[in-house]
Write a protein that binds this ligand. Structure first.
Ligand SMILES: [Zn+2]
Ligand SMILES: [Zn+2]
Length: 345
């Protein structure tokens, strides 16, 4: 199939027929008509799609079913293959990114004050609508990202979820220019966030359990890398908790200097133990959560990623072997981020 024309006929996609353990093959390869873009939507020919842990949660049923038979995948790099009559500013052949957030109502109090990440009527790619484990997908044009030219498809894909969320967490941590930043946990999101912070002049201290992760942190330019429960070598202006471990909240708060901010990047966190006001919060320390992201976060991050050459460590699979990628993700069989490469069209 040519990637610059809308093709009538059928196309192939992975579908979560009945959510369950990935070892029991809940993903089925189905033939469908090429999706028809809505009035405000782009039809995107998928070139690559990153594999996110959320895809595993959708496939296994840890997240409630929002769309029966959904196609997972929300780190899509593809090419515009068509669009609805109401779309302006895109042309067939444009390279675009499709990410997790795909709809907000635009009219609620949160949207109106620039916090569309909090919109109660938000919808998500690969959960509420079919995503990128497919030859073709669709996206509302207003939620598609124009992609910087410098990075290749595979390198870009993981930036569209792990990267954007890590960047949102960095912004929420209010790191002052040239400040001292602590990162608790050092996986996909954290190692992308660290690259932006370092490029912008921060001193980064990484606090994580894994010895490989500590080595990677030092290779990327972190000033120190210690165990998660150790104190960093100097007080922190800001910290981000990437590890989903509530026990680390007081640990990180105590590592902050006066007026410091801790942002918690994860969606899930084990229970936070009781905090001691005097050591953990007094002197105007702040504890903040991070919820999804706005489109502005995404655009800003992608610009900075291109400027600073931010790169994810990736591991590719053909799209036709998507279930294997999810199994390997679950079993921890690869380093870095898995990316599916469209080998079908
Ligand atoms: Zn994701
Ligand atoms: Zn809203």
């Amino acid at each position: 199939m040519s990637e610059s024309t809308v093709t009538a006929g059928t196309t192939r996609a992975w579908s979560v027929t009945r959510p369950g353990p990935v070892e029991e093959d809940p993903l089925r390869f189905v033939e469908r008509p090429v999706p028809v873009p809505g009035d405000d939507e782009l039809l995107v020919h998928v070139r690559v799609c990153g594999v996110c842990r959320t895809d595993l949660h959708v496939t296994e049923g840890d997240l409630p079913v929002h769309r029966p038979g959904v196609t997972p995948g929300h780190e899509v790099v593809g090419v515009v293959a068509g669009f609805g009559a109401g779309v302006e500013g895109f042309a067939v052949g444009d390279r675009v990114g499709v990410a997790w957030l795909r709809h907000t109502d635009g009219g609620c109090a949160y949207c109106l004050r620039g916090a569309e990440n909090l919109c109660p009527r938000s919808e998500y790619t690969g959960w509420d609508a079919d995503g990128g484990y497919a030859e073709y997908t669709t996206v509302p044009a207003g939620f598609a990202y124009r992609l910087p030219g410098a990075l290749d498809d595979v390198a870009l894909a993981p930036l569209l979820c792990a990267g954007i969320i890590g960047y949102r967490a960095l912004r929420r941590a209010s790191l002052p220019p040239g400040g001292r930043l602590g990162l608790y946990g050092f996986g996909g999101s954290a190692h992308l966030c660290a690259q932006v912070a370092l490029a912008e002049g921060a001193t980064v201290h990484v606090l994580t359990r894994g010895t490989d992760a500590r080595r990677l942190a030092l290779d990327l330019g972190a000033a120190s890398a210690r165990d998660a429960y150790d104190l960093p070598p100097e007080p922190l202006d800001s910290a981000i908790l990437f590890a989903p471990v509530g026990d680390l909240v007081p640990v990180a708060l105590r590592a902050l200097d006066r007026g410091g901010v801790l942002s918690v990047a994860g969606i899930h966190l084990s229970d936070v133990p009781p905090l001691r006001y005097e050591t953990d919060l007094f002197y105007e320390k702040e504890l903040r959560s991070v919820t999804s992201n706005t489109r502005a976060d995404g655009r800003e991050f992608l610009e900075k990623a291109a400027l600073h050459g931010v790169r994810a460590k990736t591991h590719t699979y053909p799209l036709s072997r998507a279930p294997q990628a999810l199994k390997d993700l679950k079993a921890g069989r690869f380093d870095g981020a898995a990316v599916l490469v469209n080998d079908l069209s």
